[in-house]
Design a protein around this ligand. Structure first.
Ligand code: DC
Length: 236
């Protein structure tokens, strides 16, 4: 199995659909690189909060986009964020960032500043890139596009379980309403809204365990690799 079989895979889906964890696990199984692009938007948001910037100060936000860098973890997955030489991955996953990130991600100029950086990462084949607009905008020519779907209730349930929160607590209710709000903002924004590409494979994951979804993604990629290599082998 040569390295040239490897593909460029776009993995999109709404907040808490499991893109990052599923994508990272599938990448590990297949020997692909993995990149979580949500971290770029999260780190710009985090920096703007740190510096008490107004979400309306577009030039300042665009400048922040230059300051954030993705870094590999010990398994080579680009799922760490480095700002000023410091790993701030934990900081960008706070509730304050969750709350502000959709607004920052809706700023067209910020998206434009981050676009070439995401594309550059996919120049070498063998990558799964996770986000909202990877199949539609960032990598419209990706070899395979996967869109993970799950109902908002199921996504909230998973997040509540992950964080060890009581299901009937006020905090749990807030997680559900915040996910609804982020869905609405991500789906209705004017620039690069969250939606499956017309050629995306939509995977419904509501009743799945984590490993099942990883298995589905691995299977999709293996089938696409197979299809691609038999196309290449076919006589002209
Ligand atoms: O996947 P996540 O929850 O970490 O993403 C954080 C935010 O970033 C999300 O609200 C939408 C935005 N985002 C985006 O607009 N485009 C991407 N490719 C990735 C994330």
């Amino acid at each position: 199995m040569g390295r040239d079989r490897k593909l460029v895979v776009a993995l999109d889906g709404p907040a808490s659909s499991g893109k990052s964890s599923v994508g990272a696990a599938a990448a590990l199984q297949l020997g692909y690189r993995f990149c979580d692009t949500g971290l770029l938007y999260r780190s710009v948001t985090w920096l703007s909060l740190q510096r008490r910037m107004s979400p309306g100060d577009v030039p300042a936000l665009v400048a922040l986009a230059e300051e954030v860098h993705l870094a590999p973890d010990h398994q080579g997955r680009l799922d760490r964020v480095v700002v000023d030489g410091k790993d701030v991955t934990e900081e960008v996953h706070t509730a304050a960032v969750d709350q502000g990130v959709s607004e920052i991600a809706a700023v067209g100029e910020v998206r434009a500043a981050l676009l070439p950086r995401q594309r550059a990462l996919a120049r070498d084949r063998g990558i799964i890139m996770a986000g909202r607009d990877i199949g539609t905008v960032v990598l419209p020519d990706a070899d395979l596009k996967i869109f993970l779907e799950a109902s908002v209730e199921e996504r909230a349930r998973r997040r509540i379980e992950e964080r060890g929160i009581a299901p009937d607590s006020r905090e749990a209710g807030e997680i559900l309403s915040q996910l609804r709000r982020r869905d609405e903002l991500d789906r209705t924004r004017a620039v690069a809204p969250l939606r499956p590409a017309t050629d995306a494979h939509i995977l419904q994951t509501d009743s799945n365990r984590f490993e099942q979804t990883v298995g589905m993604v691995v299977k999709e990629i293996a089938a696409a690799e197979e299809a691609r290599s038999s196309q290449t082998k076919a006589p002209a």
